[in-house]
Structures are given as structure tokens and as C-alpha cells.
Write a protein that binds this ligand. Sequence first.
Ligand SMILES: [Ca+2]
Length: 370
Amino acid sequence: MVATWHRSTWACWMCMFINGLVAGATSAPIIIDTDMNVDDMAALVYLVRSGADIKGITVSATGFSGQWAGVDSALRLLHKLNRSDIPVAFQEGYLGSTRLNLDYPSGMPPSEWTEANNRYLEQWIGLEPSQKPAAWQSAPQLICQILQSADLQSVFILELGPYTNLAAALHRSDCAALFRSKVQGLYVQGGRLHGDDAQKIQQSGALRGSGPGSGFPWTTEKKPNKASWNVFLDAVSAAQVWTFGLATVVLSDNAFEHLQVDPSDPGMYTPRNCTNKLLADVMLNWAPAHNAEWSGLSYWDQATAVVMMQQLLTKESACQRWVESNITISLQNDATYATYHEGSLGAPSEACLATSRVALLNDFYSAGCA
Ligand SMILES: [Ca+2]
């Protein structure tokens, strides 16, 4: 199935090339679902400047920014980038779908983790609020409407946050059929590919939870260490999207091992003649605004955006190692909770396991300068 997708995807890329889309540096239509952390903000600047044909942005309230702030941050950035024509939608309702433990009914990050993201663009980058209001549609409604008016097998979805909005769209009447007919592929950030490792650990029983009677043990203070945040924060929604089986490209945690941010990066990789410093500003204030160590910050969403655009524009990929697999999400009440399970079921996937830091940062900072 992956091979079939690979061939059809390649055929489509060739079509785009022949049709001259590549020459114009405009991508296929894209829907971005995001939680508007700082890496999402930087990825968005890169995407707009590198010719992504963004049809809409949906913002989850289950990730690393408050509901009131994520949409505002996206609108501020689009205003600065002269792209206020792109609709930005709120998540439907407030809470996500995952409620496996009534003692911890919401898996959302604590507010002290998200506070710096909420006011980042205002306080650290000095961006004005946008006069453009958020979309009148809810996130799932906007996704379904974009798919409704799209050509067959034309749309790519970029998932940079929890899967709450995508699952909600899938559950809307008739929208699953639109996903089947209109979506060509899904790109997602994060998650460790276990391979044989996990099976061995599972068989040994070493990953069992805290035992009978202890209840469901996982909270934001205690996450299985191989679970991606984007999966963990709403694991039921993530599991539903992966089980639906869209052709998926995943930038796995393995691919970020040499992608820590260094504050010298913008100076090193931004072209000398670049007068547009927005991307460098967004990157350079990340650690100070969060009282974080640079070594703890990586090019997570940025790298996912770069690899997607390189594929859509048929450029050489910064990904150096790929593996094909079918992936589902484990919802077992043990340390595999919210991690990838590789097998014969779920989404036919191509996972990037290793990236070239130099190739990736060259593209990111030079396109971000355009
Ligand atoms: Ca994100």
C-alpha cells in the first residue's frame, strides 16, 4: 500500500513539475493544524515565505497555547506576513476528546507551561494584533469546507499539534468520505519509532503500568517517555486519525536528535543579504522567553514543515533515512500508552529517521528570508 502511494505521490509530483507549479514555487493546497507553540510560529513563517498554498489554519486548544492565545498568535503572524486572507479557526468546544481518567479529565499542559507562548508574539516580537477576526467556522467545519471545494486527491494536511481538530472533522457527517477522496497525504510531527525494541520490552513485561487497582497512571506530570506530546495530549483523537489510514509522512523523534537549536544558527544560516529578520527574531527569543536552556529546544515543527515543502516542491530532501511502516497508536494502560505501534494495521507511513542538520537549516533560514 505504501509502495502504491509512493508511486501515485511521485506521479502527482511529476504532474506538478510538468504543470509548472514547481517553477512558480507554489505548493499543493495545504491545511495546517497547530497548537501555536514557538516552533509552530517559526514553521508558519517559513511556510508562508516558501510558497505554501495554505487554505486554512485550525488551532487546537489541547496543546501548548491557551485557547484565546493560539488563534490570536496565528492571526498576528499572518497580518505581519500580509496573508490575512488565510482563515484561522478555533477548536470546536473547549476540551479534547481524551478522558480516560476522571481524576485527570483533561490532559492539557499546565498553564505555567503555556503562558510564555500565549504572549510571545506581543511581548517578545512586538507584533500588532490583527484586525481580521477568526473564522466564523469551527476548526472541523473549516477543514471539511476546504476539502469540499478541493480537487480530488489534491490536499495535504500538516499536523503540528494534538489531533483533536482532525478527529473532530473526520467525525462530521460525510467528511470522512471527503478525507478519502480529497486528501493526498498527511504530514505529522513527532513520535518515536520503536521497531523491535518495543516488542522485546512488552514481552518482558517491563512496561507494565503501576499495577492493578492503581488506575490510569498517565498525566502531564508523568508521560510515557516514548510518547509524542502531540499524541499524548489527546491520544484517543490521535488513535482515530491514525486508524483511519491516510497516507502519512512522519518526522519521528529519531529525526530530531541532531536538531537542537543553537542561538548562533540564525546568524550562521540566514543569507547575508537578508533584511527580513522576523524568522530570526522568532527563533532567537524562544529560550529567553521561556527561561529555557537552548539545548532543550529543537527544530520540531520547523523540520516537519521543511521536509514537507521539499517533497511538495520536488526539492532534494533534508531527510537522510526513511522507513516504511503501518502505524497505529497504543491506548494500552501501560508505558506504551500514546506511542506508535508498527504492524500491518493503521496508516501506511513513511517515517523520517535522520536528517541533515546543515541541509535543513540552510533551507529553513534562506526560505524564511524571502
Ligand atoms: Ca506544535
